[in-house]
Design a binder for this molecule. Structure first.
Ligand SMILES: NC(=O)c1ccc[n+]([C@@H]2O[C@H](COP(=O)([O-])OP(=O)(O)OC[C@H]3O[C@@H](n4cnc5c(N)ncnc54)[C@H](O)[C@@H]3O)[C@@H](O)[C@H]2O)c1
Length: 306
């Protein structure tokens, strides 16, 4: 076996981002995955140590090998579920994060990387949203991800734990499915087109989002792991605003199908415009997205299975 650079504990490693992060890092690191299978997209790979447990279950920590780095992706990710069951959400996202931080502190883990969420910002007060934008989450999910992020920062301040937090905007991948709470507009448009159905847009279609391919987010995680940066928070997105009507046009063009776009009344409370500044990640992590939205959508369109 090749010499590895250490062992990573990858929580949520069977989810959408987790699986692409595993693919990115598996050649250089030993990987141990903790996942409770509550929203898993893949089977546990054969070359990882897999622990099927739900954070913050303390038994997890008895089963772990020596861990050098933690990449913490496991989370309850449904906004709807967080509104229906806020305690369930907090158990995974707040206590789950805190239990891992405690483990990391006691074991002198070399680096702890946390994935936060654009949902911690709430409705944008200015654009592009940068890391200093006020945080006003509007769901228990947004709040629990923010509390997790604040705990991560506090463990750096209080205990000197080496930490980095990334705040991804909307990422997409062929691993999304219909039950996925994050399977937003991209998945819906692609599956509609595959079924030869017209595309439905709620509102005038001029609302914007910042879409980024999951492989670019996995690369940002690798940069956060290897760069000598600590106690920092970075937005991760494309840095570009894409309107929903432009997204629909792009998908129709990729599919080469002659389908229509229909418009329905806007969804109440929906955020009108959102995109982020990635300047900080560009300067300090050397990060820039490599996969264009067109290429990422084309790949997803070809891979998506109904
Ligand atoms: N998808 C997005 O656009 C997006 C945007 C911003 C932030 N995020 C964050 O990125 C991370 C990964 O998101 P994803 O889209 O890959 O989600 P996902 O649901 O596909 O992956 C999460 C994985 O964690 C597991 N899991 C959930 N709760 C757990 C627990 N308590 N203990 C152990 N395992 C648990 C699930 O089974 C799943 O395999 C999450 O932390 C999410 O908050 C996602």
């Amino acid at each position: 076996m090749d010499e590895k650079l250490g062992t990573i504990l990858l929580t949520g490693g069977l989810g959408q981002l987790g699986y692409f992060t595993y693919l990115k890092l598996k050649h250089q690191y030993n990987i141990c995955i903790v996942d409770d299978l509550s929203n898993a997209k893949v089977e546990p790979p054969e070359d990882v140590q897999f622990i099927k447990k739900r954070l913050p279950d303390e038994e997890i920590f008895e089963k772990l090998p020596d861990i050098d780095f933690i990449i913490h992706l496991a989370a309850q990710i449904s906004i709807k579920k967080s509104i229906e069951k806020p305690i369930y959400d907090a158990q995974s996202n707040i206590y789950g994060t805190l239990a891992l931080l405690e483990y990391a502190r006691k074991q002198n883990v070399k680096k702890f990387i946390y994935i936060s969420s654009a949902g911690t910002f709430g409705n944008p007060q200015y654009l592009p949203v940068d890391e200093n934008h006020p945080r006003n989450p509007i769901s228990p999910y947004g709040l629990s991800k923010l509390v997790g992020e604040n705990y991560v920062k506090m463990y750096n301040d209080l205990y000197g734990l080496n930490t980095v937090s990334l705040i991804p905007f909307n990422f997409y991948s062929p691993l999304q499915n219909e039950n996925d709470p994050y399977a937003g507009v991209i998945f819906k448009f692609l599956t509609a087109v595959k079924r030869d159905s017209n595309l439905t847009i709620f509102g005038d279609g001029r609302q914007t989002r910042d879409f980024i391919n999951v492989k670019d987010v996995a690369r940002a995680l690798e940069l956060a792991l290897i760069k000598k940066t600590s106690s920092k928070t970075f937005n991760i997105g494309s840095g570009k605003a894409t309107s929903i009507v432009d997204l629909a046009d792009m998908i129709l063009q990729i599919s080469n199908k002659n389908l229509d776009i229909t418009f329905q009344p806007a969804i109440k409370g929906e955020i009108k415009e959102s995109y982020c500044s990635i300047e900080k990640a560009e300067i300090e992590l050397d990060f820039s997205p490599k996969i264009s939205l067109h290429d990422g959508l084309k790949d997803m369109y070809e891979k998506i299975i109904l």
